[in-house]
Design a protein around this ligand. Structure first.
Ligand code: ATP
Ligand code: MG
Length: 570
């Protein structure tokens, strides 16, 4: 045989420089075209998955990148005798005419218009990596190889096999590198997330640690300020008292933020009308809005039923309106709008389908300074603030997002620098349950009913006892959970309602609640405080569905709540 040495040399030089399957194929095709009559060349790789062996067509002529590796069709080797003959042998398999040879798949042959096919297995160290194939199609007709052509192709096959093995390992190494890099990236992201969670956790611990004492202090201050305000004629002193009340509100917003945001608050959800919740929030925040700022409210024409913890949603709205106020340097307008909104498809996708279809929304729009685009993503991060020390702690929006999230809702922000900002809370609509109409109970006076108070803070207990007695209630008091349980057992016949704190020495409020319910199930109970240091207890309380008053609270709130419950309207 006359070997075309020059073709061999060129092939082996080209193969040495090959770094992709396409390079290999190009080099092989040049050699094939030079030394044989065949014009079509292709490469097939063998792939092993746990339960199958596959053939994948890597590249036909002209294929320009190893992308084909990913895209090209692959077919199972299975028990196909033809493929097995090629893969298991170490010699070229020649099919003179694909259309008539009994070994071929006639469906594929007619689809590809295949005529002659020569497949040379690429074997390295006893394993078959794939095959180098050449052949004719359609009008090229049937072209059986000469002995010399077969010998050339056999040598090409072994040269190509070595290059193929090298490139295969290169690609595998690159894939592993990429994988390692993406794992390292993921690791970094997880680390970042962990740090974030740790920050949350420590904020939560700090919050529940100080909130108990701090709320009790605030409650005593606010309570006495409220009582004095009611008893004094208007004048400079009542103005000071008003300022004291506002300052306690700010303090209480801060503890509330810390607790909500770290999810240590007990959610007490019920069906309600979003219009009414937002309106209450508006009334609460109104005194804190300067006269130069117009606060507009546009409720939805129809009731907007939601199933929420009303205090938390009020609180979220107050946070947003406070931010809007702080963003208006002089005069401006804040508008609050409640609607039912039909969600657009792209909104749904952006929020991963958390909310779909129609939902409830409340948006707070201001014409203040706006948020620079680069900061839009950051404003929800805990402790992110642009305000000076003492003016902002950066927990407002983080809290809003956490509690809206807890309600299965979504918060969105739009802002234009210098023109203003709109923040919108979207909540699922409540179905089935109708929101009860707020019956605006103005009554607060007692009718001689007996209230058992369990509260360990002397100042707060004294304040409550004073207020309740002042309104005509009988009061039994206990300064810890155990005493309260004993007192209740002894006096249950005359106790109309139990008002309890949650965190108390000896037995906790939750234990008291359980003991009371076990002893006399229909006893009305009101829980004050609304947070616990133990998240499991928090969800247990939520499940019991008891009315909850968040501390710090005002005497008026406690009186209204108690009256409403005793009158059976809540
Ligand atoms: N309506 C708004 N207009 C312009 N900037 C806003 C608006 N709302 C929030 N921001 C920006 O987002 C930051 C974070 O707000 P966030 O409510 O979380 O914290 P804060 O208001 O700074 O402090 P805190 O609410 O704890 O008192 C603000 O400091 C402000 O820079
Ligand atoms: Mg804020």
């Amino acid at each position: 045989m006359t070997v075309d040495v020059r073709a061999l040399l060129e092939l082996s030089r080209a193969l040495q420089g090959a770094s992709t399957f396409a390079d290999i194929l190009n080099a092989a095709r040049d050699a094939v075209v030079r030394s044989t009559r065949y014009r079509s060349t292709w490469l097939i790789a063998v792939e092993n998955t746990p339960d199958q062996q596959w053939c994948r067509v890597l590249a036909m002529e002209g294929a320009s990148s190893e992308l084909v590796w990913e895209r090209a069709p692959r077919f199972p080797v299975g028990a196909d005798p033809f493929l097995l003959e090629i893969l298991e042998g170490d010699h070229p398999v020649i099919v003179e005419d694909m259309r008539t040879d009994p070994r071929t798949d006639k469906e594929i042959v007619s689809r590809t218009d295949h005529r002659t096919g020569i497949s040379i297995p690429m074997r390295i160290a006893g394993a078959t990596l794939g095959m180098l194939c050449v052949g004719t199609f359609g009008a090229e007709g049937v072209v059986p190889p000469t002995q010399e052509e077969v010998e050339h192709l056999t040598i090409f096959g072994s040269l190509v096999a070595a290059a193929f093995d090298r490139v295969r390992l290169l690609i595998q190494r690159d894939a592993l590198d990429a994988q390692a890099k993406s794992l390292a990236d993921k690791g970094r992201a997880l680390e970042e997330q962990l740090r974030h969670l740790q920050r949350l956790e420590s904020a939560g611990q700090m919050a529940s640690g100080i909130a108990h004492d701090f709320n009790n202090l605030l409650m005593a201050i606010a309570g006495h300020a409220e009582i004095s305000l009611a008893e004094l004629p208007p004048g400079p002193v009542t103005e000071s008292l008003q300022v004291i009340l506002e300052a306690t509100q700010r303090g209480s917003r801060l503890t509330h933020n810390l607790l909500s945001f770290s999810r240590r608050r007990v959610l007490s959800r019920r069906a309600a009308d979003l219009n009414q919740i937002v309106d209450r929030a508006r009334q609460l925040i109104l005194p804190a809005i300067r006269a130069e700022i117009a606060l507009q409210f546009s409720p939805a024409a129809e009731e907007v039923p939601v199933f929420v913890d009303e205090v938390e949603i009020e609180h979220a709205v107050i946070n947003l309106v406070t931010n809007a106020r702080d963003a208006i340097p002089d005069a401006g307008t804040i508008s609050i709008e409640v609607r039912t909104a039909q969600l657009e498809d792209d909104f749904v996708t952006r929020h991963e389908g958390k909310l779909v279809g129609t939902c409830a929304s409340v948006s707070i729009r201001d014409n203040g300074v706006g948020i620079p685009e680069g900061l839009l993503a950051q404003v929800f991060e805990p402790f992110f603030t642009t305000k000076s020390v003492g003016r902002g702690s950066g927990l407002g929006l983080a809290t809003v997002r956490a509690l809206v999230d807890q309600h299965g809702g979504v918060v969105s922000v739009e802002s234009e620098l210098g023109r203003g900002t709109t923040l919108t809370i979207y909540l699922p609509l409540a179905t089935g349950t109708r929101a009860p109409r707020d019956t605006a109970v103005a009554a607060r006076a007692g009718g001689g009913e007996t209230i058992l108070i369990a509260e360990d803070d002397d100042m707060v207990r004294a304040l409550l006892v004073r207020v309740l007695r002042g309104q005509g209630y009988q009061v039994l008091e206990a300064s810890d959970g155990q005493t309260a349980i004993e007192l209740f057992r002894a006096e249950s016949a005359r106790v109309h309602l139990v008002l309890t704190d949650l965190m108390m020495p000896r037995r906790t409020g939750l234990e008291l609640v359980k003991a009371v319910l076990a002893f006399q199930q229909q006893t009305p109970i009101v829980v004050m405080s609304g947070y616990t240091s133990d998240p499991a207890g928090a969800s247990e309380l939520t499940e019991l569905g008891l009315p909850i008053i968040s501390k710090p609270t005002t005497p008026t709130e406690v009186l209204l709540k108690i009256r409403r419950i005793l009158d059976g309207s809540s």
